[in-house]
Design a protein around this ligand. Structure first.
Ligand code: FAD
Length: 425
């Protein structure tokens, strides 16, 4: 019958989309693919983030970061109004940056610098909570299957096969600690982060240009605790991204819903080595370069947090192209990990998803429902995606590097510098 014919046709058009990496970018990409009726399988190295025993990669707690219109817009296009309602409910608007410093007379000052003359804000959001929310939404979709504790170890993008090491505690036995599985797919989306295994295997198929750079800066996370027993639980303004510019290094603080602030010390490796060799110097270092912080984080906590939280590197990656044939594309940090100073790493990754699916949809419409044309239409679409996205991704990587100087030094008020110059004269 006609309905049988239509059903058969839809079945034939259903593609098996494999997403590697269930971070924010992979999760959003899976949502977009699932909305289009594909069979989506998500393979993630770690356990389920929603399980309290799973430690977030590289982060002590959950990191909070700046979500901008770029990322929000990509989420709006996921056709999930509940996602946007959720984001509106859990974010804190930051209308500008608040610069902290000390005047020559020893008095502390704060200077607010708005981001936008129309008063628009960027939003502080808990990265882990956003990720969990995306996973919850995917869980509700009948055409999505999760494979946690699955690490991509190999891929053949001509035969569309991939291999994963399965590390599920329940399947462990003494002789066979990790087993390997082979899967096939129509289309793979690699969103497995800066040290992407998909990118590594893609390099064997595509003539990929690749460039990576570790900058001479480490970062370490700190927490400003909320004020106890007070109506205002925030110790400093919740509607600003706080910066203590130290010229060669800086300390920043981003608000969280519970009244705490997640802070980050960005400094050259030599400074870290100095503080690591004698941590008793940490409070005086902060008093000199980040005045006021020791009244927000007790000096003993400052030392303890510096000693217990990891000191992590920052990598910047550029590559091209992002795809091979009709089989695979890489998105997010896998394609363009960037230093965090422009607050755009995740935002740009989410935007990748929107742009990729816009281009795929455009070429899909051109196949006039002929499923035999699907793979070649996707190949053309992926080539267009690589060509369109590469200059923008490279530009945002460069802007992110440049913004470090802006944040740690140029933000120092020109009025203040002018007055100081006058005083010195
Ligand atoms: P990831 O978040 O790295 O996720 C990749 C996933 O793939 C992980 O879950 C990992 O376990 C999994 N995986 C890895 N290898 C494999 C494998 N072999 N097989 C299967 N799965 C695998 N961005 C912003 O937009 N705004 C900010 O304010 C901001 N601040 C930041 C501050 C700091 C200090 C840092 C370090 C980053 C910041 N970023 C910010 C950047 C942001 O965190 C990243 O750009 C974003 O997390 C990238 O998302 P992703 O999904 O591409 O990769």
């Amino acid at each position: 019958s006609y309905s049988f014919f239509i059903g058969k046709m839809e079945e034939e058009r259903r593609q098996k989309v494999v997403v590697v990496g269930a971070g924010p970018v992979g999760s959003l990409a899976a949502l977009y693919a699932a909305n289009r009726g594909h069979d989506v399988e998500i393979y993630e190295l770690r356990g389920d983030l929603r399980d309290p025993s799973t430690t977030p990669l590289n982060f002590t707690r959950s990191i909070n970061l700046a979500l901008s219109e770029r990322g929000l817009n990509a989420m709006r296009h996921a056709n999930q109004p509940r996602l946007i309602d959720y984001v509106k409910g859990v974010t804190i608007p930051m209308r500008g940056r608040m610069i902290h410093g000390k005047r020559p007379d020893g008095k502390l000052y704060e200077e607010a610098q708005d981001y936008d003359i129309h008063g628009r804000s960027i939003l502080a959001i808990d990265r882990g909570d956003l990720n969990k929310r995306l996973l919850d939404m995917l869980e509700e979709m009948p055409n999505v299957t999760f494979f946690f504790n699955h690490k991509l170890t190999g891929a053949d993008f001509k035969r569309n096969k991939a291999w994963f090491e399965v590390k599920d505690e329940s399947t462990y036995n003494l002789r066979d600690r990790a087993r390997e599985i082979e899967i096939d797919f129509d289309f793979m989306i690699g969103a497995d982060g800066a040290h992407s295994a998909v990118r590594y295997h893609l390099m064997k198929f595509a003539r990929m240009d690749y460039q990576q750079e570790y900058i001479d800066t480490l970062w370490c996370e700190f927490q400003i605790a909320p004020r106890a027993e007070s109506k205002n639980k925030f110790r400093i303004s919740p509607n600003h991204l706080h910066i203590w510019p130290g010229k060669e290094f800086m300390f920043i603080a981003i608000p969280s819903e519970d009244g705490s602030f997640t802070c980050t010390l960005f400094a050259p490796v030599a400074i870290y080595e100095l503080l690591e060799s004698d941590s008793s110097q940490i409070p005086s270092f902060f008093d000199k370069y980040f005045p006021g912080v020791t009244s927000l984080i007790h000096p003993s906590d400052l030392i303890a947090q510096f000693q217990s939280n990891p000191h992590l590197p920052l990598i910047s990656i550029k590559c091209k192209p992002y795809h091979f044939s009709s089989s695979v594309v890489i998105l997010g940090d896998a394609a363009h990990a960037m230093v965090p100073f422009y607050g755009q790493g995740m935002n740009a990754g989410l935007e990748d998803v929107r742009i990729l699916f816009d281009i795929l949809d455009k070429h899909d419409r051109m196949t006039n429902d002929d499923s035999s044309l699907e793979a070649s239409a996707r190949e053309i679409a992926l080539a267009e995606y690589s060509a369109v996205r590469m200059p923008d991704a490279h530009a945002i990587n460069d802007l992110a590097l440049q913004n470090y100087i802006e944040m740690r030094s140029s933000v120092l008020s020109p009025v203040y510098r002018w007055r100081k110059a006058l005083e010195e004269w």
